[in-house]
Design a protein around this ligand. Sequence first.
Ligand SMILES: NC(=O)c1ccc[n+]([C@@H]2O[C@H](COP(=O)([O-])OP(=O)(O)OC[C@H]3O[C@@H](n4cnc5c(N)ncnc54)[C@H](OP(=O)(O)O)[C@@H]3O)[C@@H](O)[C@H]2O)c1
Length: 331
Amino acid sequence: MTDTAPPVRLGLACTGWIADWAIHRPIRDGSPAVVAFAASRDAARARRYARAWSVPAAGGWADLLARDDVDAVYLATPNATHLPLALDAVRAGKHVLCEKPLGRDPALVAALLAEARRRRVIVREAFHYRAHPAVAAALAAVRDGAVGAVRRIDVRFGWRLERPGDIRLSAALDGGAVMDVGCYGVDLVRHLTAAPVEVTGARAEIGRTGVDLTGVVALRSGPVRARLWASLRAAGPVCAARVTGSRGTLGLRAPFLPVLPGGAAPVRRFAARWSPRAGAPDPVPGSDTSYRYQLDAFARDVAAGRWEADDGITDRARALAQVRARITGER
Ligand SMILES: NC(=O)c1ccc[n+]([C@@H]2O[C@H](COP(=O)([O-])OP(=O)(O)OC[C@H]3O[C@@H](n4cnc5c(N)ncnc54)[C@H](OP(=O)(O)O)[C@@H]3O)[C@@H](O)[C@H]2O)c1
């Protein structure tokens, strides 16, 4: 985006908490975007939200899609609603920044991407961590061979969910640990291998509401084997990954939470540890949140009309569908 390009006008399809981090704070800090509209299933709630967040207009989902002053939609609704809402938005000619995971229906994802290609709009799944320069540099170095040929990837991501009515505990809304946090590991593997990901094993502890509270997933992507552990029942926050290659290893602390490199909670302090250290790339600093970098990149790409091919969305959805089939026995 050039300095003279107008800011991207966003419509929010949610009144939940994550838009504060993903949208409002980055805009306050200078991201080239504005919030033009807030939508909710309940128009009165949308208006209350709009008043509280100084959003100029509010209403229902259909009102949002009909707006000419909205370029792009930020979707942070429950997982099961992402694909249908994203398809509505794309058909209305809006770009989409959709919270992770976009979904676990590869056929619908393919239809969505085909429609987006036809209309030249961007559909991006909000794996914000990859937008952070410190993380991006470490991952790029791995892809460039810093640990040799990658053989194995181990990922652990979990936290303790205490809110009884949370959307993550709803089977109907596609909750569960693998959808909530396991999807990051699927994304990391797909990003590092740039190849389809196949689920070779999965087991889970299923809770009373029918969702996986903890899941363990085995993956294969080309010659790479991976193991993911995802949990909503961890004793405390856990976020780590290890990439083992033919010539060394990379240990990543807080790879998916590089919110602030110097952040207060240890789990939010991203660090890359290379072994052997000789030949490791220099660390790249990043002084903003990963959400800020994500919104900057999205706004720039929308302003520039930079349409992108599927960056692995379909592979991720297929892998999540395979996990689901294995842990529920559904096909
Ligand atoms: N990138 C990240 O770091 C990050 C962090 C947290 C969450 N997320 C993702 O963001 C999404 C939302 O998570 P959240 O924690 O923000 O959820 P939340 O606080 O429960 O908010 C969900 C929002 O969805 C709307 N909604 C639409 N249909 C709904 C339904 N059937 N049931 C409940 N709410 C519905 C609700 O707005 P109305 O009631 O006003 O319609 C609500 O504002 C999830 O996909 C999650 O994976 C990402």
